[in-house]
Design a protein around this ligand. Sequence first.
Ligand SMILES: [Zn+2]
Length: 193
Amino acid sequence: MRPTDTGVDAVSGALLNRHVNVVKKKMGTDGLQRFFDEVNKDRPRSKMIDSSSINEKEWYPFQLLLDFYDAESEVLVGDPKTKRRKLEHEIAQDLGVLKFFVKWVGSPAMLAEKAHERWRLLHKYGQLDVDNMGDTSGTLVLRDYFIDERFCYSMEGFLEGLIGVTKKDVKVHQTKCTAKGDDVCEFVLEWKN
Ligand SMILES: [Zn+2]
């Protein structure tokens, strides 16, 4: 069943922390402060958060991730859609030690499988499945998740970044979206060998 209340705990602290890290990396400590000022602007004092209040192993409301998206749009410079995509790109490529390994042996099929696994670690609801995988293209389908355009747009950038670890000229576009009335969100991935 698809969750509808964006207040339910749905995203992991680990995912939120990735956003915090990338904002800090790009905008420095001052930028991070402005980011949290934005996140907290409509929160009562007792509910205000900062980087120390996010626990990697806990779940947080989907709404908080949406607030993060909006704060990023305020703090980072440039066109909102372009910067969102770039940011997700970096989040996806922040694979730590895995990156070295993946660069040498990772195929898009393996990375898509990884996206499926990673989904389960970072999200309490929804399912990201590999629908088909070819030599230069593939399809991922996201089921039973919140309906939100901002989220889907971020997913495009994320998947582009992930496949971009090993392949060049990666293009990801959404061919179906629940925000447009489809029953699932479908992402078509294309790359050059
Ligand atoms: Zn969608």
